[in-house]
Design a protein around this ligand. Structure first.
Ligand code: F6R
Length: 608
């Protein structure tokens, strides 16, 4: 969603801000702006639309200064216009604010400010903060920020410039991520490390209720309540190249092709071949709880939720643990039996998804152990969970999640192996399990080699406007994921269903212009899904099947087939998802969509 970048140093600030904003584009936005501090005068330039429009506005404008802040806005309060774009200022132009999050009590505050003579220029919730700073100014930026934010309800990541503190950027965090980047004679601020990774790999993640002041040569962190706090400096392990397209036409395509590596990285150092088990170091501190538990609740959203659904099948079939998978946004409405010993696992690529974070907090409040499976190192969910596992998938930039998904699957399978081996799974079964997982990267590569053939099939299907995806057991969540991938980047209507549900309603939709993608690898559920396929063909619905190499029967029944290498059914989701990602990608491309930044979507959904 919204993005923040800030710089205080010795270099010309505008190019640094613009580059930082471009690196945040993937998070989704609809307007952008910057503010530059120049000897006490603050200049603001904003525009609706893409960053190129901001660049066009800046072309030919001299904007000297070595301190500044920049923002990409994803509209919540007020349309995506230039007037609503951040930064926002007070009446006197002495305080300039950019803000991620939502101020829930802004209308009440705004009314009071207006009554006291403040003039508002935008429809945003953010603007109240600039006026509150003006009204609370007491000669010291830190205490003024404390007074102003003490009046706010809601969430914020804030970066503030003041004409009265020309060497300084003030930052404050409650519920929206913010970090500091430390350079040589320069300091950075950002909501996401990718905005500043080019300049430094040394970062400090701010925590909720932190207030930081940065100057070119220093930083100071205290709490919003006034006590000093210490935060550790950390090293970012990924290189900037992994946040670049490297010759691919889109980040999504690059990330699809990075999936063999994503599986390898998720397994690296985590497999104990001799013992036929897994070692997940991040869970060592909760080992006893995991050994004893018979109830696991997975909470997550979107694609991470679908990974959790597959996790349920694999954990339940290798342990005696009952696994529930709950949409994080619904978790609070359930009165789940969180008995002593229940373990909650939050899955989130970004580690910042507001609904998942709220579920984490609610589960913690109920007193159970909450674990995290997170890709973004240092993210809020990673920090707020008692123990966890990192994906090590590197930054995922395309809005549509791909490599994070297979990475999540890998770790869920390792978790099933670990939990299984601590129960009844034998060493030889454990070794077979590991061998199967180790074969997956090579098999994914074989499917990726067929990308051109899949593109040719996609071209024929790109003319349709409605799609059905069906699968059973392990591949039921893959049907949901295939439908989500297609709808989010192509804007075509697509529905995922458990194949067994077709007769209970959805089959009414089937007609010659409504194709079904039928996920039918060899295995226990094969015969049943073939029956579903035949029911669709009997109603003249086109069928594209995803099937196992050598399956001649399906070639006779379906209109088109994409083959995956032979693999036991329980591991098949790692493979069946790949053609569906490519299908979605190529269909969206044929339809001329903005694949990496689809309309209305944000990479990290930080509002509930
Ligand atoms: C779909 C997609 C989203 C995310 C969801 C959760 O391609 O990316 O559905 O999976 O917003 O995000 P995280 O995993 O960051 O919590």
């Amino acid at each position: 969603m919204c993005g923040i970048v800030g710089y205080a140093g010795i270099r010309d600030v505008v190019p640094i801000l613009l580059e930082g904003l471009q690196r945040l584009e993937y998070r989704g936005y609809d307007s952008a702006g910057i503010a530059v501090q120049d000897h006490g005068a603050i200049h603001v330039v904003r525009s609706a639309g893409k960053i190129e429009r901001l660049q066009d506005k800046l072309a030919g404008v001299r904007l000297p200064g070595q301190i500044g802040i920049g923002h990409t806005r994803w509209a919540t309060h007020g349309k995506p216009t230039e007037l609503n774009a951040h930064p926002h200022s007070d009446c006197g132009g002495n305080f300039v604010v950019i803000h991620n999050g939502i101020i829930e009590n802004y209308s009440l505050i705004k009314r009071g400010l207006q009554e006291r003579g403040h003039r508002f220029k935008s429809e945003t919730d953010t603007e109240v903060i600039a006026h509150l700073l003006e009204e609370n100014w007491d000669g010291d930026l830190v205490s003024t920020v404390r007074s102003a934010v003490s009046l706010l309800a809601g969430t914020f990541g804030l970066a503030i410039l003041s004409a009265f503190a020309p060497e300084t950027i003030a930052l404050a965090r409650r519920g929206s991520p913010l970090l500091l980047g430390i350079g040589k004679n320069e300091m950075f601020a950002a909501s996401d490390v990718s905005a500043i990774r080019r300049h430094t790999n040394q970062v400090i993640y701010l925590e909720d209720e932190d207030l930081a002041i940065i100057t070119p040569s220093s930083y100071e962190i205290s709490s919003l309540q006034g006590t000093p706090v210490r935060r550790d400096q950390q090293t970012v392990e990924w290189e900037i190249a992994s946040a670049e397209k490297q010759g691919f036409s889109h980040f999504m395509l690059k990330e699809i092709f990075e999936q063999p590596e994503a599986v390898i990285n998720a397994m690296r150092g985590r497999v104990l071949d001799q013992d036929g088990t897994a070692r997940l170091g991040g869970l060592d501190t909760v080992r006893d709880q995991l050994r004893a538990t018979d109830h696991l609740i997975i909470v997550s959203c979107g694609t991470s939720y679908y990974a959790g659904l597959i996790g349920r099948y694999i954990i339940e079939s290798h342990t005696d643990i009952a696994v529930e998978v709950e949409l994080a946004s619904e978790f609070r409405y359930r009165n789940l039996n969180l008995k002593q010993g229940t373990v909650v696992l939050a899955i989130s690529q970004s580690g910042e998804t507001a609904d998942t974070l709220a579920a984490v907090r609610e589960a913690k409040r109920k007193g159970v152990a909450v674990l995290g499976l997170v890709n973004a190192v240092g993210s809020t969910i990673a920090r707020e969970t008692v123990a966890g596992i990192y994906n090590h998938a590197g930054p995922e930039i395309g809005v549509a999640s791909t490599k994070a998904f297979v990475s999540q699957l890998t770790i869920l399978y390792l978790l099933a192996l670990l939990l299984g081996r601590e129960r009844n799974l034998s060493i030889s079964e454990g070794k077979q399990f590991i061998a199967a997982l180790q074969s997956i990267p090579g098999k994914i590569s074989q499917i990726l080699a067929e990308s051109d053939a899949i593109r040719d099939i996609a071209e024929r299907y790109a003319v349709f406007e409605n799609f059905m995806f069906i699968g059973r057991k392990y591949n039921f969540p893959i049907a949901l994921e295939g439908a989500l991938k297609l709808k989010e980047i192509s804007y075509l209507h697509s529905e995922g269903y458990a194949a067994g549900e077709m007769k209970h309603g959805p089959i009414a939709l089937i007609h010659p212009q409504f194709p079904t993608v039928c996920i039918a690898p060899q295995g226990e559920s094969y015969d049943k899904i073939i029956s579903n396929l035949q029911e669709i063909k009997a109603r003249s619905g086109p069928v594209l099947a995803i099937a196992t190499h050598g399956d001649q029967e399906i070639a006779r029944l379906a209109d088109d087939v994409i083959y995956i290498p032979d693999i036991e059914e329980r591991y098949s989701p790692f493979l069946t998802v790949i053609p569906l990602q490519l299908l979605a990608y190529h269909i969206a491309n044929f339809n001329g969509r903005e694949i990496d930044e689809p309309r209305n979507l944000a990479k990290s959904v930080t509002v509930e």
